[in-house]
Design a protein around this ligand. Structure first.
Ligand code: HEC
Length: 251
């Protein structure tokens, strides 16, 4: 008796096929979203830029903002380096009073001030004192933000990945192909999340985030696509012929 997808009855195959199709479209949508958030483009499917990933996971929020969202308010590009160096040298209060506070006062505190009346004000995120500014000098995402992202990501993806990999495990492809794709995808999911954390401290791991993310989404699309085909057709050289014979016996 074969236990391939093709031996399931038609309603079962239809429901599995639509599920897999949703997963494929969902994964592509996620890639479009990441590409747009992490590149300069504003439409289409884009490769995320490693530079943006570094900004998100490695640089302190203050420096990342000065390089991106708040860049338009930075009067002198060299000040970004001054702030970055101050942070990497331990964010001392002395240097803050000397050279950081004047930069904040000139470029930032017109809005980042508890009593600001600017129309675009950020009174909830003041940058006027040493204590206020050093709240935003930790590397990468804060631990809270990171832990939140990590568990939502792992629970969410883990839940649908167990379904996709179980369906793929029941396809008629050779066992080594099934085991390899399943292992790569699960491993990439864990490496991806692990690297968010490691990139906080070691910049080089930003590249592994891109690699693991690509391997995971590639694996999901490949498994879902192959399983979808395997429901309905025999793929030459890949599908096991013995099981192909046992198909279409709709119970
Ligand atoms: C014209 C008002 C204005 C000025 C000037 C301004 N900001 Fe902002 N800032 C905002 C607003 C509004 C937000 C929240 C929404 C957003 O992100 O655009 C924000 C958000 C931020 C954040 C949170 C993270 C982020 O990127 O959203 C940081 C950090 C920050 N600003 C730092 C700075 C620094 C440093 C300067 C000076 C170089 C500065 N801001 C100048 C209005 C301002």
């Amino acid at each position: 008796m074969s236990r391939s997808l093709r031996s399931l009855n038609t309603p079962n195959k239809i429901s599995i096929s639509f599920f897999l199709l949703s997963i494929i479209i969902g994964t592509i949508s996620a890639l479009i979203m990441l590409g747009l958030l992490l590149s300069e483009a504003d439409s289409g499917l884009n490769l995320p830029s490693v530079e943006k990933i570094k900004l998100k996971y490695h640089y302190p929020e203050l420096v990342a903002a000065m390089k991106t969202t708040m860049y338009e308010y930075v009067a002198d590009d060299a000040d970004i380096e001054v702030v970055a160096n101050w942070i990497s040298n331990g964010s001392s209060e002395e240097v803050f009073e000397q050279s950081i506070k004047p930069i904040m006062r000139r470029d930032c505190t017109s809005c980042h001030n508890p009593t600001s009346t600017m129309s675009d004000a950020m009174p909830g995120m003041p940058l006027t004192t040493y204590a206020e500014v050093t709240k935003h000098t930790k590397a990468g995402y804060s631990w809270v933000k990171m832990a939140k992202q990590a568990h939502v990501h792992l629970f969410g993806i883990g839940t649908f990945l167990i379904i996709v990999t179980t369906i793929f495990a029941f396809t008629s492809f050779p066992s080594w192909i099934r085991s390899t794709l399943i292992t790569i995808t699960w491993t990439a999911l864990l490496i991806d999340v692990l690297c968010w954390w490691i990139t906080k401290y070691y910049l080089i791991f930003a590249y592994l985030i891109v690699g693991a993310g690509s391997a995971m989404s590639g694996g999901i699309i490949a498994m879902a696509g192959l399983a979808l085909l395997d429901c309905w057709i025999v793929i030459p050289f890949l599908s096991k012929k013995t099981q192909a014979v046992a198909t279409d016996s709709d119970a």
